[in-house]
Write a protein that binds this ligand. Sequence first.
Ligand code: BTN
Length: 272
Amino acid sequence: MTRKQIPSTGLLRDYASQNPGTLLIGKHILHYEEVASTQDIAGKLARQGAEEGTVVIAEKQTGGRGRQGRSWISPDGGLQLSIILRPNLEPAQVIPLPLVAGVAVARAIKKVTTLQPKLKWPNDIIIARKKVGGILTETSTRKGKIDHTVVGIGLNVNTARSLFPEAIRETATSLAEESGRNIAPLELLQCLFGEFEVLYIEFLAGGFDKIREQWKAMSNTIGSQVKVDSGGAEIAGEALDIDSEGFLLLRRGNGNVERVISGDVSPPTTRL
Ligand code: BTN
């Protein structure tokens, strides 16, 4: 399939000077052509007192960071952004925030495209069994209280498959590749800000419970036999549920239910 690539340069910069129509998220947008990582810029701005809802967007990252110490490669056509939040919550209460962001991203994709994204625990965005986006949250505390949380979102929007490094070409995809058409990045961004703002306010007011149900409805993890690699140690079982903090409840072969805090989920290679 041949598609015309939308040149991303400039579009987001223009958007950054407009009002995205949200009250909080994206009220201030800082746009960069190239940075090492938007997480670093946003973290620095947050330490300097940037307002909640400030967004850092970059056309290109040279040192994008992913979960579990991995790097995040974002070839042309990707959307990379970090949102500064200052939730008035206890540190333990923000643990489900990446899952809240995952629901927002999935809802925005659904609204702007005809695609049906799935959520893979803890916060990968999946389409047709391939990863289209990921979320990284970093929280900074002061005297036991949250000073700020930076929610980083990386989404392959108009990325051509040929631009993905060979090592991930079979496991990564983009919205354009899956839908067969280019996606307007600004429409997606605006929708994402709107969805995230609604969910974030709901989360602050009422916690994770209701959003958890939405996460589960879009999950490709719950109810499946999975293998979880948590930093070297691998455990297998049936993914039963996520709890009120967003941790994965895994029923092992011996019937015991384990609470998994972090890791990478994949289908088991052998029958459990
Ligand atoms: C993952 O799936 O491992 C999380 C990927 C998060 C990538 C985004 S891109 C914007 C922000 N800046 C970064 O360096 N990382 C996040």
